[in-house]
Design a protein around this ligand. Sequence first.
Ligand code: FE2
Length: 278
Amino acid sequence: MNRWSHISVNPIAGALGAEVSGVHLGELGDGALNEVREAFVEHQVLFFRDQEITRDQHKAFGRHFGTLQIHPYLQPLKDQGHPEFVVLQSDEQHPYLAEAWHSDVTFMDEPPLGSVLKCIVAPDFGGDTMWASMYAAYEALSDKMQRVLSDLVAIHDTTRTFSRYEYKTDHIGGRQAPQVMSAEHPVVRTHPESGRKGLFVNSTFTTSIKGMKPAESDALLSFLYRHITTPDFSCRFRWRPNSVAMWDNRCTQHRVVADNRTANRRMERVTINGDKPF
Ligand SMILES: [Fe+2]
């Protein structure tokens, strides 16, 4: 029996990810919105095709899920009245950003709930995005390893990204971090809506495990970073202009597939504020 009455939901992979059709994100009724919410918590990342929405509609859709974040270092459309947008532009002169697995902005005490990313210009081929389920990654560990991780806290900071001099984001309205920002989060977090546990360390922002010797911390983190790349935990999405992806930043990681490097690719994102991981 089809449990959805307002939308169609078709999973694209076993661990996470579903394509939603039958909706226009600029004109969502309450019934469809409630089903999108439910599908979001269940599938962790949702995809919508052919969404001709304005920036205002893009923001309004994001606001159904919470207040929008203004990124501390990336505000490329601020002068156009849209400080909430992050732009990802890559082409012959500008390399892809985000080609390592990560969750967004985990160097803040309250990392985002999720993001809504719209494709403006898609390469003819390549430049896909991958997501990985941190529930699946956690659940694949042995009971013993799950127990070891359950009491651990990790440090997340900007030393590999926004505080690094070579990390150039000028072309997308970025600025250098004046000082290192850092936060502490549990290595295993519990999702506030689903109640499920997932890994919450990522190779872009997590730098160490609190209270461990550097060699111990490095060994454990590199094991986890390798573990989360297991293809079984992932899904992959091919972009077309007006495709929209909405991911749950609390239980997934993502990265760009950095192939076809000279192609023009432009994406615009709004980010929904989240709460303190526990
Ligand atoms: Fe990202």
